[in-house]
Design a protein around this ligand. Structure first.
Ligand code: FE2
Ligand code: FE2
Length: 263
């Protein structure tokens, strides 16, 4: 079913400000900009590691426009076939397979059992440049995090229906939360579950694997970026984590633990 992670889609208020922020502080590289006529939107693709973030900037935003992480996109080989299989399992596509507004293949959208937006994409060409070299201490996207108030429904959807492999299932009894890691082929999807149901946006944060969390936190602070959570030991005890917010208020997490693919 799912071949691999393709991109994280983010709705932004001010594209120039966002691009400047991600390139200056995270070393992201702008690779492509497109106008999508159907939604009167500019899409800008930036690369971190071998992975992409899609920043979507509506040219005539409605007053009800919602900014922040909008969806996570996964590549499939045959989108109509993937949609047919998922529909047979009872999942509804609010955007059935159609030509991508970017012109590069076909896309479709459905919601996971907890309501998070999932994009399936059949790309004709890859937007990313495989030879990318990090220009800062940020190595790559480690995981994208979403809330799963019904954790078991989330696990079942991503493992059985999307056919992702579950890498880890952590339960922290004392802190009353769970973190479940799904292998998306290129990075990890983190399902977060709190004992008290989460309210608010379902898309949690974007986490980047870095060489040295403490050094990066110092560097960001010197660049005038507010470090919202100072470096602290990860719940998994195998590295340090710190947090900042991007210009749209998205929580960005930096972690220096070893990649889950290497343990
Ligand atoms: Fe997208
Ligand atoms: Fe995380």
């Amino acid at each position: 079913m799912v071949k691999e992670f393709n991109h994280i889609g983010v709705n932004v208020r001010d594209l120039q400000k966002t691009l400047a922020f991600y390139s200056e502080h995270l070393g992201a590289k702008f690779v492509r900009g497109l106008y999508i006529p159907a939604s009167h939107t500019i899409a800008a693709y930036v690369q971190i590691g071998t992975q992409m973030i899609e920043f979507l900037s509506p040219l005539s935003p409605s007053e009800s426009a919602v900014y922040g992480i909008a969806h996570i996109a996964y590549t499939v080989d045959h989108i109509e076939e993937a949609a047919r299989i998922l529909e047979e399992k009872g999942w509804h596509f609010h955007v059935p397979p159609k030509k991508a507004g970017s012109g590069g293949g076909k896309i479709a959208f459905l919601k996971d059992p907890n309501g998070a937006n999932v994009e399936l994409i059949e790309r004709l060409e890859s937007f990313s440049e495989p030879s990318w070299e990090p220009s800062t201490d940020v190595i790559e996207i480690d995981h994208a995090s979403i809330y799963a108030n019904d954790l078991q429904a989330g696990i079942d959807f991503y493992t059985k229906d999307m056919e992702m492999e579950m890498l880890q299932n952590y339960h922290f009894e004392d802190r009353k939360f769970d973190m479940v890691y799904m292998n998306t082929g290129k990075n990890i999807l983190e399902l977060l579950h709190n004992e008290t149901p989460h309210e608010g946006p379902l898309m949690g944060h974007i986490a980047f694997r870095v060489k040295d969390t403490k050094a990066l936190a110092e560097k960001l602070a010197a660049q005038g970026v507010e470090v919202t959570t100072q470096p602290r030991l990860l719940a998994t005890q195998n590295g340090y984590v710190c947090n900042i917010k991007d210009p749209d208020g998205i929580a960005l997490e930096f972690i220096d633990r070893v990649s889950l693919f290497e343990v």
